[in-house]
Design a protein around this ligand. Structure first.
Ligand SMILES: CC(=O)SCCNC(=O)CCNC(=O)[C@H](O)C(C)(C)COP(=O)(O)OP(=O)(O)OC[C@H]1O[C@@H](n2cnc3c(N)ncnc32)[C@H](O)[C@@H]1OP(=O)(O)O
Length: 401
């Protein structure tokens, strides 16, 4: 669509942008009372609007965040969200123009990475995003969940009120939440959306803090099914589960499974390698399902992103193709000592979205070659790439946005 103008929205236009996004999700506009809180969730200068003849046809937003990468480095990252196009302007290229402008803006800000969580995974690969972490949705039936001897009993768990949660949760997240590659910074705007907003509209939320020998070291935020009794799908839905040590993790699991009058505990995401079924005498009390909507990553500045993480042993020359940001296209020699651009013959050819899938060690190049997602130009090159990109613990994000 050539007659589309993309520009950064002024503060006075943010509410219209949120209205458009909410309408796209089949939700009513915010009330004045809701807007009083929601407007504090907007980082200035980061909301784009797409206009057609003066009408706001689409919008896209981002927060400034960062990503913990393998080796312990932290790289600036744009957390992209609130992307929507009005129903009467769809499939005319409005999203394409918004994505193009947003990626340009992110590159100009010097953020080497962007990430999002898609409503529909089919959309964002064409813009260079690839599924870079897995999370496991975990469902437990408490009445069948008897803990094995030897599982840590944890420290003390106390219920807290919203004010205390807002005071202590961000600090706990900073101390223990960045426990593995794939975890991201939660800017103050994030806390406004996911906590303050929910408190302001009176959502039924329970908040609990775990304390160990060194003080507060984990917390939960969950929603019980209002008024439900056992046998009527009484669920505790856990939206935020932050803890790192086995004592805190299993102390909080034990707490959740000990709440009375509950049929099911669902935790929307936990690391895929958490041996939670081994916590129980009967592992069938637990079901887990991997999500396709976990963190989708975009390497906006490929050389900086590749240089930002560490690598295992070996060497491989990778040809990267990035039609949207062509400066990224080219050959990179990746070794245990670092990454350099090269003119050497390529051994592996990948599109930039597939590079994002490899970046945090979540996918194996050998397996992706098997389904045609990348091309092995020299036999054995995919296995060498796997040795380089391998991580100790599976990467995991744990933050919804
Ligand atoms: C990060 C987040 O915020 S996730 C939230 C995303 N927002 C939503 O899901 C809200 C509801 N949906 C929408 O608002 C719109 O349909 C959007 C934003 C998903 C797409 O906007 P559009 O302007 O219609 O997309 P646009 O016309 O630019 O399409 C670009 C390409 O994506 C494809 N595409 C867009 N949406 C979809 C879809 N839902 N399913 C499959 N393909 C899609 C188009 O076919 C097109 O393909 P092409 O590259 O082959 O030409």
């Amino acid at each position: 669509m050539s007659d589309i103008e993309i520009r950064t929205l002024a503060e006075s236009e943010w509410r219209a942008s949120l209205g458009l996004f909410r309408a796209a999700l089949h939700t009513l506009p915010v009330t004045d009372e809701q807007w009083a809180v929601a407007q504090r969730s907007y980082e200035p200068g980061r909301t784009l609007g797409a206009f057609h003849g003066g009408t706001l046809a689409g919008t896209a937003f981002a927060w400034s965040s960062d990503l913990l990468v393998p080796g312990g480095g932290v790289l600036p990252m744009a957390a992209v969200t609130r992307v929507a196009v009005r129903s009467d302007f769809r499939r005319r290229g409005v999203l394409r123009e918004l994505m193009r402008q947003q990626l340009t803006d992110i590159a100009e800000r010097g953020e080497p990475l962007a990430a999002l969580r898609p409503t529909e995974p089919v959309i964002y690969g064409r813009f260079g995003y690839g599924l870079a972490t897995h999370g496991a949705k975990t469902v437990v039936v408490p009445k069948d969940a008897v803990a094995r001897a030897g599982v840590p009993s944890g420290g003390r768990v106390r219920l807290v009120e919203p004010d205390e949660a807002l005071a202590v949760f961000p600090g706990i997240y900073e101390r223990v939440g960045r426990c593995r590659p794939g975890t991201i910074a939660r800017p103050p705007y994030w806390w406004t959306v996911f906590y303050e907003r929910a408190f302001a509209v009176g959502e039924h939320i329970i908040l609990a803090v775990h304390s160990g020998p060194d003080g507060d070291d984990g917390y939960l935020m969950y929603r019980p099914t209002p008024g439900a009794l056992p046998g009527t799908n009484a669920t505790l839905a856990v939206d935020d589960f932050v803890a790192a040590t086995p004592d805190a993790v299993y102390g909080l699991w034990r707490f959740l499974l000990g709440v009375d009058l509950v049929d099911e505990v669902t935790v929307w995401t936990r690391p895929t390698d958490e041996p939670v079924s081994e916590m129980l005498v009967d592992p069938r009390a637990i079901t887990r399902r991997e999500s396709r909507s976990d963190l989708w990553l975009r390497l906006v500045d490929v050389p900086t992103a590749l240089a930002g993480r560490t690598y295992g042993p070996g060497s491989v020359v990778v040809q990267v193709d990035d039609p949207l940001l062509p400066n990224n296209s080219g050959r990179y020699r990746i070794t245990s000592d670092g990454v350099t651009r090269t003119t050497d013959a390529p051994e592996l050819a990948v599109d930039v979205d597939v590079l994002a899938m490899l970046y945090l060690g979540t996918w194996r190049a050998v397996a992706l070659a098997g389904v045609g997602r990348l091309t092995e130009l020299v036999p054995g090159a995919a296995a060498r790439a796997d040795a380089l990109f391998a991580v100790v613990e599976p990467s995991w994000c744990g933050t919804f946005f």
